[in-house]
Structures are given as C-alpha cells and as structure tokens.
Design a protein around this ligand. Structure first.
Ligand SMILES: Nc1nc2c(c(=O)[nH]1)N[C@H]1C(S)=C(S)[C@@H](COP(=O)(O)O)O[C@H]1N2
Ligand SMILES: [Mo]
Length: 246
C-alpha cells in the first residue's frame, strides 16, 4: 500500500522529471494511472526517465558487428537504395492528427541529437557507436498524437520468410530524449547493413528493439491484432520480452 504523502512525492518526481512528456494528453492519462500503482512499480517507472550512459569519441568500437537482416529484399526499398535514398520518405500514421510523409532530407535538417552509446545484443556481444538523427518526440509532436495513442510501432522494410520485422515502444520511451531516428552512424550516413536509411535508437533497451530499415511509424492504442500481437518480431517468434530494459 501507498500513503497519500508518498503518492504526492512520487507524482511530483514524475512531473518535474518530464514536463514536456506530461503535456501530451495521452501521457496525462498514464500519469493518473501511475498514481494508482504501488510504490515499487512507481519507482521503476520514474527510473525509466534516466539517461543511458554516453561515451567519448575515443571509446567508439573500431568494428560494430551487423546482426539480423543486413539487406532487405523488398522491391521498394531496393529501388530507393539504388537512388541513394534521395526520394525516400518516412511515413507517420495511425492515431495522429496529421499523417506525414517526411523526406529523408527534411529529417536531416530537423534539430539533431548526437549520442555515443553502447548497443547490447542478447546474443552476447556489445559495441559502442555514435548515432545522430532527429528526436522521435519532435516527429511525434509534428504529427500530433491523438489522446488514444499508447504505443509507437516501427515497421521495417525487411522480412524473415513471411514475417516482417517490426518493433514497438510505449510513450515513455517514445518521448525519452535519447530516442532518435538515426540516419547517421559514426559520422557517416547509416550503412546498409546497419539499417539504411533510417533506424530507431532507443538507448535504454536491448539490441533487438533497435529497429533497422524503418519505413513507417504507426501510433496505436493497442498492440493486439498486429502480426503476432506481442509488439515485435522477436517477441512474436521467440517469446523475447517486449520491454527489454538494460
Ligand atoms: N529491421 C531489423 N531491425 C533489426 C534487426 C533485424 O533483423 N531487422 N535485428 C535486431 C538485432 S537482434 C540487433 S542486435 C540489432 C543489430 O543492429 P546492427 O546490425 O546495426 O548491429 O538490430 C536489431 N534490429
Ligand atoms: Mo540482437
């Protein structure tokens, strides 16, 4: 159980920790529900606003392994790759006021965040790399989330057999300042094997959440009814945890 005093203290931490976040109507509802949680769960949620560790340029790994799919076979993606992605755009749709097609060039000229972070794969390897791109929260603000939106889904160009790769995160991670759509890795345009032209970096989570070859972002109220319903390719096919916090 939780006393009234500790509820107020916990709520105060949440509000001061992320006032940008709580201005979103969908998150207001979340904050209200969070106030009904018992204290350990609430502490856990508060800690999710912390930043992932960032490293110095000297610590960037000389080689960064490419993992999973390293070359989509999708005709549309291949056609764009052959044009150097010069006519490629990101689709933003679902529970948004203004569905958008944002050209790659426009994504590169929005305010950028650059971060040097460690990527941890469940298969037991890690690598430090520098990522740059616009913050996801800026893109979501442009599109305007509707109040029912609870999850952001990242649809990718690659598939394994019949199953397309996709991933999803909640609004806490979507509005986290280190959650970016990276078009640049180690100072160069994102290489094909690492997800060209655009990938997700959601730095508080494991490697499989870092969706490569992102073509479309969808805001949804629920993950039910989408592919296997577990919110991601590996979650559906292998039972990996949906929240892969590190
Ligand atoms: N679209 C897509 N994204 C993906 C994958 C994939 O196969 N397809 N593999 C995931 C896994 S398990 C890891 S560890 C990282 C690997 O990213 P990297 O190739 O840049 O090292 O991408 C993740 N994102
Ligand atoms: Mo991975």
């Amino acid at each position: 159980m939780i006393t009234r005093r500790s509820m107020i203290v916990g709520g105060g931490l949440l509000l001061s920790g992320c006032d940008k976040l709580v201005r979103q109507p969908a998150v207001d509802g979340w904050v209200e529900r969070a106030a009904g949680l018992h204290l350990p769960a609430q502490r856990l949620l508060v800690s999710r606003h912390a930043l992932a560790r960032e490293f110095s340029a000297r610590e960037i790994s000389p080689t960064f392994r490419a993992n999973g799919n390293t070359m989509p076979e999708d005709d549309g993606w291949i056609a764009h790759a052959n044009q150097g992605f010069s006519r490629w755009s990101l689709r933003v749709e679902g529970l948004v006021r203004r569905p958008l097609d944002i050209p790659l060039q426009a994504l590169k000229t929005m305010p950028q965040r650059r971060q040097i972070t460690r990527h941890d794969c469940v298969e037991g390897w890690s690598a430090i790399g520098q990522w740059m791109g616009p913050e996801l929260r800026g893109i979501l603000s442009l599109a305007g989330l509707l109040p029912q939106a609870r999850y952001i889904v990242f649809h990718c160009a690659d598939r394994t057999g019949e199953d397309p790769y996709y991933e999803s995160i909640d609004l806490i991670d979507a509005f986290h300042p280190q959650t970016i759509l990276a078009w640049s890795m180690n100072g160069q345009p994102l290489p094909v094997e690492h997800g060209a032209p655009l990938r997700l970096r959601v730095e508080r989570q494991l490697g499989y959440k870092q969706a490569k070859y992102v073509t479309r972002i969808e805001a949804r109220a629920s993950l039910a009814g989408l592919y296997g319903g577990k919110g991601g390719y590996w979650e559906d096919v292998a039972g990996y945890q949906w929240y892969a916090g590190i």
